[in-house]
Write a protein that binds this ligand. Structure first.
Ligand SMILES: [Zn+2]
Length: 166
């Protein structure tokens, strides 16, 4: 598992020509760089990630499934450190995870009460993801924004709603 910039750059804090070109071409973003530097410092070179997605005041770090726990850190220590340094909320999501895990990771600390398939008037099939009513104050962002993030990460049609029943 590697970081999106090379060791030389992480060690020196400056960008080599190769990484500079990646940044210029948009292959990697400034956010990728910032987070790679933090992880290099706190992770002893053992924690990597694939990419980051910035949406509003939230950054989603996509990593391999078996790296999610490491990246979050003991009791969320590493995620908190990243969040403090970059000044944004941080979520960690495993690459190619199933809809339920992605929804759980993106919507936390609000909990999901259920997911079921609904059919719209347009005949389209959607996954309706219901958030527990009692967690309405713990939802980490606007529902439509969170819904877009989940759709983007899973390529499924989804609809995030607050559960009215429990
Ligand atoms: Zn480099």
């Amino acid at each position: 598992m590697v970081l999106p910039i090379c060791d030389v750059c992480l060690k020196s804090g400056m960008l080599c020509q190769g990484c500079e070109n990646k940044l210029k071409s948009g292959e990697i973003s400034q956010m990728d760089l910032d987070i790679a530097k933090i992880l290099y410092k706190v992770g002893d070179g053992k924690i990597g990630f694939k990419k980051t997605i910035e949406i509003g005041d939230m950054v989603i770090i996509v990593t391999e499934k078996d790296q999610v726990g490491k990246l979050i850190g003991k009791s969320g220590k590493i995620v908190r450190e990243i969040s403090r340094t970059i000044g944004k909320k941080v979520r960690v999501v495993g690459e190619n995870s199933d809809l339920r895990s992605v929804a759980r990771d993106i919507l936390a600390p609000a909990r999901i009460s259920g997911i079921n398939i609904v059919y719209g008037k347009d005949g389209l099939q959607r996954y309706k993801i219901r958030i527990m009513k009692e967690d309405s104050r713990r939802i980490p962002g606007k529902l439509d924004v969170l819904n877009n993030i989940i759709q983007g990460l899973t390529s499924e049609n989804t609809l995030v709603v607050l559960d009215r029943n429990n």
